[in-house]
Structure formats: C-alpha cells, structure tokens
Design a protein around this ligand. Structure first.
Ligand code: ATP
Ligand code: MG
Length: 247
C-alpha cells in the first residue's frame, strides 16, 4: 500500500538527510524504523505525511504520489510529531481535537461525535475543557494522538512517541498503538529506543546516515542493531551489568 522509491532529500543548507530509500509497507503492517539521532527518521516521516516535498524519488500511497496529491496524503496519513507542542493548535483539549475534523468540512454532529469518541478513547474526556498549555507532557502526547485519530487516517506515523513519557505513559501509548494495529490501521513508528516497542512490531528497518541498512523481523535484526548505533533491548534483567545504558 505504501511504496517508497529512491527517495532522496537534501535540505537547503546541503545536508543529505535521505540518500535513496526503497521500502514497501503493506496494508495493516506495524513497522518500526529505528536509527540514531540525525539518521533521517523525522525527514522520512514528514515526506510520507505530505508535509515535506522530497528532492527526488517518490512515496506512493495506494497508488498516488504523496508529494503531488498533498491533500489526499494528509487525509490518509496522520502524523504524531516528535514534539507534541508543535502539533497542538487549539486553546482547550476539545477545541484542539475538533480542529482536524472541522478542516475536513464535516457536519457539526459528525464532528462532535468524533471528538467525543476520540477523547474517551484516549482517556481525555475529563480534561476536555482544560487549556492545552496546562497539560503535562504525557497528556500532551495523548492529545496529539487524539488529534490525529479524529481525522481517522488509514496510516498512522508516530515519531519518537515515547519521549517525555514515564513508565505508565509508555505502556498506555503502546497499548493504544497495538489496539490501532488490531483495528487494521497501518502503523509506522520511529525511535532510537527500540526496546519499548520491538516486541510488538511485524518488521523493523534500520536507518543510518539516510540509508536503510537492514530490514527484517525483530528476531532477525536484534543482533545487528548495535553496529548501526541503536541500543539493543535488554531483556535479561537478571544480568545487571547488561542493564546499563553506558556500555
Ligand atoms: N530543516 C533542516 N535544515 C537542514 N538540515 C536539517 C533540517 N532538518 C533536519 N536536518 C538534518 O537532516 C538530518 C536528518 O534529520 P532528522 O531530523 O530527519 O533525523 P532523525 O533521525 O529524526 O533524528 P532524531 O533522532 O534526533 O530525531 C540531520 O543531519 C539533521 O541535521
Ligand atoms: Mg527525529
């Protein structure tokens, strides 16, 4: 359903962020794209979401080119940004979630129905009248996800969804992701912190210096991560020396 062909991106200052990405993502797949800081994860997601035009190559979503059909791309692909503050536009939680559906030109009833559904799904119903700038980091992350869900996109892109979250917050976002995957959405998650999500994905791809270096199941790639600058998960909790982040 998503076909990325020879995708390249050079920023105006000359940085080559993506250097020829080829990747096919099936409908309903849960894909993890991991890679160290600066490897091109956010750039790749922004191009997939129709928020950035690539320098070369293409992203085909259900057969249409996302950079040539920007409106269509934005309708079928929703992106949860790395920094939730960049995504929140409404004054209150409810207004923020309603913003997307309002822009889709839906009727008032349909908007209210969607907003109520998404607020309760993301556990934000109690906070619906709260000003967004007073929310905690974890609540902002949930709000950002709610805002995207209200558009009901087929494909969901999550850019570093676990940053700012505590242990319960990570588990909660993870549970929502797994549920969305079960409901049939295609999910693409980027992170350099793979251990939080690796157990649940269908496939992972390793990005380094703007290139996909490997792609396969978590079992196939777990041994490859370290050499591409990604910390492998530490499942052997009894081996204390293996738990350190400083090895
Ligand atoms: N607007 C920009 N102008 C110039 N260079 C940029 C711009 N945005 C990103 N870059 C560069 O492009 C490269 C890829 O950046 P990108 O944000 O896609 O990486 P990332 O994998 O998401 O990193 P992180 O894990 O830190 O979020 C980096 O070298 C970065 O410095
Ligand atoms: Mg990033």
């Amino acid at each position: 359903m998503i076909r990325i062909q020879n995708l390249q991106h050079r920023y105006p200052d000359g940085t080559d962020a993506l250097r020829g990405i080829d990747l096919v993502i099936s409908k309903g797949e849960f894909l993890l794209i991991c890679g160290p800081n600066g490897s091109g994860k956010t750039t790749l997601l922004r191009i997939m979401g129709g928020l950035l035009e690539p320098s070369d190559g293409s992203v085909l979503i259900n057969g249409f080119d996302s950079s040539k059909n920007v409106l269509e791309a934005r309708r079928s692909v929703g992106m949860v940004f790395q920094d939730p503050d960049c995504q929140i536009v409404g004054e209150t939680v409810r207004e923020d979630v309603a913003f997307g559906p309002e822009n889709l030109g839906l009727s008032k009833e349909e908007i209210n129905q969607r907003v109520d559904g998404v607020l309760s799904k993301m556990g934000l119903a109690e906070l619906s009248e709260k000003p967004c700038d007073l929310l905690s980091g974890g609540e902002k992350r949930r709000l950002a996800i709610a805002g995207v869900l209200a558009m009901s996109p087929e494909v969901l892109l999550f850019d570093e969804p676990f940053s700012y979250l505590d242990y319960p917050g990570v588990r909660e976002v993870l549970r929502h992701m797994i549920q969305l995957h079960r409901e049939g959405h295609t999910l693409i998650v980027t992170t350099h912190d793979v251990e939080k999500v690796m157990a649940h994905v269908d496939r992972m791809a390793i990005l380094q210096a703007g290139e996909i270096k490997a792609s396969g199941t978590p079992e196939q790639l777990v041994g490859e991560l370290r050499r591409f600058g990604v910390r492998p998960p530490c499942y052997a909790l009894e081996a204390r020396e293996r738990m350190t982040w400083l090895d």
